[in-house]
Design a protein around this ligand. Sequence first.
Ligand code: FAD
Length: 233
Amino acid sequence: IVVLSNSFSGKGLAPRVAVKLKAGLADGAVELPKIDGGKFEIKKTAFSGKAFAITELTSPNKIIALNPNAFGVKENPTDAVIENFAADIKQSDLGTVIKDIVRATDKVSLPDAELVVSAGRGLKGPENWGMIEELAGLLGAATACSKPVSDADWRPHSEHVGQTGIAISPNLYIAIGISGAIQHLAGVSSSKVIVVINKDPEAPFFKVADYGIVGDAFEVVPKLIEALKAHKG
Ligand SMILES: Cc1cc2nc3c(=O)[nH]c(=O)nc-3n(C[C@H](O)[C@H](O)[C@H](O)COP(=O)(O)OP(=O)(O)OC[C@H]3O[C@@H](n4cnc5c(N)ncnc54)[C@H](O)[C@@H]3O)c2cc1C
C-alpha cells in the first residue's frame, strides 16, 4: 500500500505510480481504509467534492492519494534521539543531473498554498486587485479568483478555482466579493477555514463560511490590510 498526498504534484504522480505497480488507485481519499476480512474499502470525494463514494480496492497493490487537510495535526510524543549523520554522497551516486535552475518568484503557488485570498466579480474590475494582492502579500498567501473574473481576463486563468478550475484545500480561504455558487464551492469547500467578505448578507457563501463579514470589500479589505500591518509592526 502506497499513501500519497492528493496535492498538485500527487495528482500527477499517483496515477503514474498506479500504472507502474499495476495497482488500484483511490484518489481524493478523506479517510484511511477500513479493512474488514478480505475487503479494503476507502472513503473518497466524488462529483467535484459534492458527495462521498465508498470504493473497494481489489488489486494486491493499492495506492491511496489522501486529500490535504483530511486529517488534523496529531501530536505523537516520542523519545527519538537526534544523531549527527554525515552522508558520503558523490555526484556520481546521483541519478539526476541539474541542467537548469529556474528562479522561484516570491508568489505563492496556488495549488499547494496553505493560505489563499480569492476575489470575484464584486471587485468590479481588474484595476481593483491591488488591495487583494497587498492582502495576500502580507499573509504570504496565493491569489485566486472566480470563473467570471478569469473569463473576463481580469485575472489569469491559472487563478480560476472551482468545478472547472483548480480544486484547492488550503488551511485558510478568504473569499471576497464572491457569491458562492455551487460550481465555485466545488473547488474550495474542503478548505479548513473559510472566511467570506460580501456586502449581501444573503450570499450563499455565508452558509459554508466559518467566519463572515457582511460589508463592502472596498471598506473591509483596506481595514484588514491596516490591521495586519499594525500587527506586523
Ligand atoms: C458548468 C459551469 C461551471 C462553472 N464553473 C465555475 C468554476 O469553476 N468556478 C467559479 O467560480 N464559477 C464557475 N461557474 C460560474 C458560477 O455559476 C458563478 O456564476 C460564478 O462563480 C459567480 O462568480 P462571482 O461570485 O465572482 O460573481 P457574482 O455571482 O456576480 O457575485 C458577486 C458577489 O459579490 C458581491 N459583491 C458585490 N459588490 C461587492 C462589494 N463592494 N463588496 C463585497 N461584496 C460585493 C455580491 O453580493 C455577490 O455575492 C460555473 C458555471 C457553470 C454553468
